[in-house]
Write a protein that binds this ligand. Structure first.
Ligand SMILES: Cc1ncc(COP(=O)(O)O)c(C=O)c1O
Length: 394
């Protein structure tokens, strides 16, 4: 069968492929005294808090399971708007909020609405692989620009300017980033956005990890800069609802009708049960629980990253958000007699029974030297993983 070129161009999401290999090995080690510890997982180890679970159960019991408006429940759009006001001090009117099936559907809608075939979108290398694939699925071209630790693995205004060409349509950044957990400095973002606007381009910000920010300098939404920024967000990470498939995007008002038409046709609406459940995310009791969990994520980062450094797995920039550490394994791989982060990750999985993610997915620049650790696991598991890694790398 002839497969369309647009599908052929999409590479596998290796994070998931490595995850499959890790689960297979985990079954082999299940009976051993060292079962697999999963530090490769890109989702919180917490589930939705009790009020959210109750709200979902109530929606099902009461039969509130029909399609909703394509843009999402008005009440939910209002509550998200309230969250921006309360948490970030930014006025984001509900009419600019589009509720979607996760950030993934939000990114897909944004790309389909804004990118013409052959348009180029600038992105940092390393970055979340699916984001460049959303661009390719819209028949655009993602242009990966190598970044440095000094730039916090984010684009700079100078680099955006240098790489801007006749086909460039805009930039897509994730802040905090997956795989590095580092954010762009607000001043740099302001400079990038000013340049992009002057070219008539678009600034897309994937802010899915924004709720999980640990430093005051970085925990601000790009929507505070300008209402022309397109911001993508989700209930997956801060709100611990990955499998519920719910997210949203905030867009300039002129874009709403186009997104509504696309959403009506492609998805009809986001999950109704998930939307009713998400209303309860913004209750004081739920927010208090989310904040406790955010503190736990920060405590894990504070403990685990120095452990990596001690073992010679250098983390060039302390992550300021999310639950990832981007570590240079060049030296450690040599000590194990293997080359590159792919083989290193598999060696660690097989010898220490600790699953981690090789850099391969995230770009080309230095990804064969870097691995991603996820700290979305209990402190006890992180301590055991650190002990095993030290044993292996000494
Ligand atoms: C940077 C980034 N953007 C988007 C997504 C997709 O998230 P969602 O579950 O909301 O579709 C992820 C998931 O890991 C991510 O890391």
């Amino acid at each position: 069968m002839k497969i369309a070129r647009r599908a052929e161009r999409i590479e596998p999401f290796y994070v998931m492929e490595v995850g499959k290999a890790a689960s297979q090995l985990a079954r082999e080690y299940a009976g051993s005294d060292r079962p697999m510890i999963f530090l490769n997982i890109g989702e919180p180890d917490f589930t939705a808090p009790p009020l959210v679970q109750d709200a979902a159960a109530r929606a099902i019991r009461d039969g509130r399971t029909q399609y909703t408006h394509a843009l999402g429940l008005d009440r939910l759009r209002e509550r998200i708007s309230g969250w921006y006001a309360q948490r970030f001090g930014v006025d984001v009117p509900a009419r600019r909020i589009v509720v979607t099936a996760g950030a993934s559907a939000a990114l897909q809608l944004a790309c389909l609405a804004l990118i013409e075939a052959g348009d180029e979108i600038l992105m940092p290398d390393p970055s979340y692989p699916c984001n460049r694939h959303f661009v390719s699925a819209a028949e655009g071209d993602a242009v990966l620009i190598p970044t440095t630790a000094e730039e916090r693995y984010q684009l700079s205004a100078a680099k955006v300017q240098e790489h801007w060409g006749p086909k460039t349509r805009g930039v897509l950044l994730a802040s905090p980033s997956n795989p590095t957990g580092t954010s762009i400095h607000p001043d740099e973002l302001r400079r990038i956005h000013a340049f992009v606007q002057a070219q008539g381009g678009i600034t897309l910000l994937d802010e899915i990890y924004l709720g999980l920010s640990y430093e005051d300098t970085f925990g601000h939404t790009a929507l505070a800069i300008d209402d022309q920024v397109v911001s993508i967000n989700s209930f997956s990470k801060y709100f611990n609802m990955t499998g519920w498939r719910l997210g949203w995007l905030v867009v300039p008002e002129v874009l709403v009708p186009a997104l509504e038409r696309l959403a009506q046709n492609l998805f009809i609406c986001p999950s109704t049960v998930a939307q009713y459940a998400a209303l309860a995310c913004f209750e004081d009791e739920s927010i208090a629980e989310y904040e406790r969990r955010r503190a736990e994520f920060k405590a894990r980062r504070d403990w685990f990253v120095p452990q990596l450094q001690e073992m010679g797995l250098q983390v060039p920039v302390m992550p300021d958000g999310a639950f990832y550490a981007w570590a240079d394994c060049g030296d450690a791989a040599r000590r194990l007699g293997v080359q590159g982060s792919w083989d290193f990750a598999f060696e660690v999985m097989k010898k220490a029974h600790v699953a981690i993610t090789p850099g391969r997915d995230f770009g080309q620049a230095e990804t064969s030297r870097f691995v991603r650790f996820s700290t979305a696991n209990s402190m006890q598991q992180l301590q055991e993983a650190a002990a095993r890694l030290k044993g292996l790398l000494q």
